[in-house]
Design a protein around this ligand. Structure first.
Ligand SMILES: *[C@@H]1O[C@H](CO)[C@@H](O)[C@H](O)[C@H]1NC(C)=O
Ligand SMILES: *[C@@H]1O[C@H](CO)[C@@H](O)[C@H](O)[C@H]1NC(C)=O
Length: 472
């Protein structure tokens, strides 16, 4: 019910609003009033400038905040204290290690359930720190059912990517893959067997990523290794090997939505069944009980003028154009950007003084496909760049439910609502209905109208009230 109500609101907002999110590419960078090119290839402020912001497609390199450095640790998601919604996170990674979109739920016996109710685009957890080489392991069990994809991936802001993907109708295999700077090469995919299956119990999946070698293992057995030296691309003049600081991402997402590309739906095993025996309380779910991160020392030769963040310094985003600096930027509000982070000392009711002055609607929270990754063709397709894209390739993936290019006023990648009570316990009797809200109708998360912008801080409250962006 909540979902239907929200959908109506979105539709109304889309009519009234004009927030067509501008797309960004290397050749067409974001405009000054929405300087940050977010994870899904469109421009905005606020969360667009944090994790996933591509400096090579943003107004300036400083529009995106620098990437906080790797943090070794064991992350158990107990109580979700370490998880904050992308709608609230402003970049202070000293307090929060994980950012969420969608509906992560505390699992009664430990860990976090990534959920996906009908009409939502699932759930994404992304680390607020970046790993620049390291061993990253996730202990998890996947969801099941055609069209449902569970993923554990590493992805950089310039779309280097290392994947474990789990297709819901092939529960005996994990698919491994990698991409370099978002170039979609599906020849790289290789399956690893999982015994007895990915669903009935948790397994430990590890990605071991160094400067020269990348490997994937399941329950301690190394199943696949790729060497950097085998990945030379003469056309591009670089190694097609993941080499830039990357976030850890865990997600559950609806690859089998009818609005996605045909190839994507086929890859995912068919269209999603929203009345499936694999759903519990109206939701699909995957369980993550632990993530461990062992950061490797920065490779010799990296320019280090500090120790707190990784920062891109060149249009060609390869390993040797990233440096380690002491710059850390925390935004004052979601109206702010890396260039204009706002002042932490100004009144909490308004950030208007330093915020960019929007001349049109500005998006503050990127939405769309929690799968992230190279599988996002709406951003690419809408931009007509040299990026290879094909609607029928297995990649051809639109952000969940948001395949219409330029749709405006869409809900976030998993805007969710639901009452507190029903969200806390996944296994609770009636939890399902309360927790299912949100839709995925576009790339734009929350949308700020110019009129609202003038009232400063309170506009945020209005926007969030309208979109019901309450997670956790
Ligand atoms: C080499 O790089 C170019 C430019 O990025 C890309 O179009 C091409 O697909 C790459 N080749 C392979 C085999 O991936
Ligand atoms: C960057 O990659 C090159 C190969 O392209 C390699 O020779 C060099 O050691 C790497 N440098 C760093 C700092 O990772």
């Amino acid at each position: 019910m909540v979902r239907h109500a929200l959908t109506a609101v979105f539709a109304a907002a889309a009519l009234a609003g004009s927030a067509v999110a501008q797309k960004c590419t290397r050749n067409q960078k974001c405009p000054k009033d929405a300087p940050c090119c977010g994870l899904y290839g469109d421009c905005g402020v606020g969360a667009f400038c944090l994790g996933g912001c591509d400096p090579t497609m943003s107004t300036t390199f400083d529009s995106c905040v620098p990437n906080p450095v790797c943090k070794s640790g064991t992350y158990k998601f107990e109580g979700l204290n370490d998880v904050q919604s992308i709608n609230d996170y402003l970049g202070d990674n000293s307090k929060i290690n994980w950012q969420s979109q969608g509906n992560p739920i505390k699992y009664p016996s430990g860990g976090v359930a990534l959920t996906m109710a009908e009409g939502t685009v699932g759930t994404l957890l992304a680390s607020t720190f970046y790993v620049w080489y390291g061993k990253i392991c996730a202990t998890m069990s996947t969801s099941q059912g055609q069209g449902v994809v569970t993923a554990f991936i590493m992805m950089s802001d310039v779309k280097d990517e290392i994947d474990f993907e789990f297709i819901g109708n092939d529960i005996n295999n994990a698919q491994t893959n990698w991409y370099s700077q978002g170039v979609t090469n599906y020849q790289n995919m290789e399956k690893l067997k999982v015994n007895p299956d990915t669903v009935s119990k948790t397994h430990e999946y590890c990605i071991d990523w160094s400067e020269d070698e990348l490997s994937w293992s399941v329950d301690g057995n190394k199943g696949r290794t790729v060497k950097r030296t085998d990945s030379w691309n003469a056309t591009a003049g670089r190694f097609d090997f993941p080499q830039t600081p990357s976030r850890v991402m865990l997600s559950l997402w609806p690859a089998g939505l009818p609005s996605n590309g045909k190839g994507t739906i086929e890859w995912a095993g068919g269209e999603i069944d929203w009345d499936s025996k694999y759903m519990t309380n109206g939701m699909y779910a995957a369980l993550v009980t632990e993530v461990t991160v062992d950061c490797y020392d920065p490779p010799a030769g990296i320019k280090a003028v500090g120790s707190k963040s990784y920062k891109y310094t060149d249009e060609m985003p390869t390993n040797n154009t990233v440096e380690i600096t002491n710059e850390l930027v925390v935004l004052h509000s979601l109206m702010d950007t890396g260039d204009e982070p706002g002042s932490a000392s100004s009144s909490s009711s308004s950030s208007a003084s330093t915020a960019p002055k929007p001349t049109k609607s500005v998006n503050m929270v990127p939405g769309g496909n929690p799968g992230g990754g190279a599988r996002q063709d709406s951003a690419v397709a809408a931009t007509n760049t040299a990026q290879p894209t094909s609607g029928s390739s297995p990649d051809g993936l639109a952000p969940g439910g948001g395949s219409a290019g330029g749709s405006s006023g869409g809900s976030g990648g998993g805007s969710t609502g639901g009452s507190d009570g029903s969200n806390n316990q996944w296994d609770q009797g009636n939890g399902g209905t309360g927790a299912s809200t949100g839709t995925g109708t576009g790339n734009a998360g929350s949308v700020l109208e110019p009129g609202l912008g003038k009232v400063g801080g309170s506009a945020m409250a209005i926007v969030f009230a309208i979109f019901g962006l309450l997670v956790l």
